[in-house]
Design a protein around this ligand. Structure first.
Ligand code: ATR
Length: 282
């Protein structure tokens, strides 16, 4: 009998994860047979859990907080983008090989350019934050060739470290890449991306409204309640707000394509997921 193609998302906590629903929809719509579950992993049990999943026949897994940094260390091969990010959200198991990749940035860029319809080439961009979420997307943002990309963070040293690590790529892409403090921003940007966890700590938007060019795209990488404060702020100041739900579906679509060799219809699944989360039928 053919074995079921097993996949999962590993994180802690992971009960809220929409990934099982998203991948089940992708599988239905592309005619793929697979089973995708969520696994809540104790913080010190990640490596053992990955190997146990491989033994059970697991073909791949998504990795979320807090394991994105540990995941690459388990891999026998790490993609260039995961290496640059120093974080991984997608593991693929092939024989005795473990391949690590990071599809977060590709999901974000696809959502901005294709779903929101905002091309990034030549734009003035601001990335707020320099933690894991920001590190995962900076490389793919540079590949989209913005004219300027400022990384602003509460702790300047972290922004500087991220900028130094990505400088060679920025030079290749002809993007002016720089590090700033949050209060040191005195110009306007066409695209502003919030990659901080400020809202989770109950804090407000970490930058002044003067960073928003008229009609700018203001993107929060979170979705639901944690993104609402930033979205309301953006709308109040004449910007175009967008949450990170499309990025979530986009990164999942890229992982699915790596595993199954077929790109699922992400825009359709995004619309269905939005309706589902808003209480509508999906
Ligand atoms: P994640 O994996 O979600 O990115 P992280 O690596 O802990 O988590 O990074 C959190 C990011 O949010 C950092 O950029 C952090 O700024 P510091 O590097 O200065 O810690 C930022 N952040 C968290 N709370 C914030 C706040 N109240 N105001 C501004 N930035 C905040």
């Amino acid at each position: 009998m053919k074995r079921t193609n097993l996949y999962c998302v590993m994180g802690h906590p992971v009960a809220h994860s929409q990934s099982p629903w998203i991948h089940a929809r992708f599988a239905e719509l592309t005619g793929q047979q697979l089973c995708y579950t969520r696994r809540d992993i104790a913080p010190d049990d990640f490596a053992r859990s990955v190997h146990a999943f491989i033994q059970e026949g697991g073909r791949g897994c998504n990795v979320t907080v807090p394991f994105k940094f540990q995941a690459a260390a388990l891999a026998t091969r790490v993609s260039a983008r995961a290496q640059l990010a120093q974080a991984c959200n997608t593991l693929t198991f092939e024989g005795d090989q473990i391949l690590a990749d990071n599809t977060d940035g590709a999901g974000l860029v696809h959502d901005i350019e294709h779903n929101a319809g905002v091309p990034l080439c030549g734009k003035r961009m601001l990335l707020i934050g320099a933690g894991g979420a920001a590190a995962g997307v900076l490389g793919p943002l540079l590949h989209a060739q913005p004219a300027q990309l400022c990384v602003a963070n509460r702790t300047l040293e972290r922004a500087t470290e991220l900028v130094v690590r990505h400088q060679a790529l920025a030079t290749l892409q002809k993007t002016e890449l720089s590090a700033h403090t949050l209060s040191g921003l005195d110009t306007q940007f066409d695209v502003i991306i919030n990659a901080t966890s400020s809202s989770l700590g109950g804090h407000g938007v970490p930058v002044a409204a003067r960073v928003l060019a008229p009609g700018a795209l203001a993107y929060d990488m979170m979705y639901g309640a944690p993104a609402q404060g930033f979205m309301d702020w953006a709308a109040r100041h004449g910007a175009q707000p967008r949450d990170g739900l499309g990025m979530l579906v986009g990164q999942a679509a890229q992982s699915f394509a790596i595993w199954r060799g077929v790109l699922p219809p992400a825009a359709q699944v995004l619309a269905e997921l939005r309706a589902r989360l808003n209480g509508g039928a999906a």
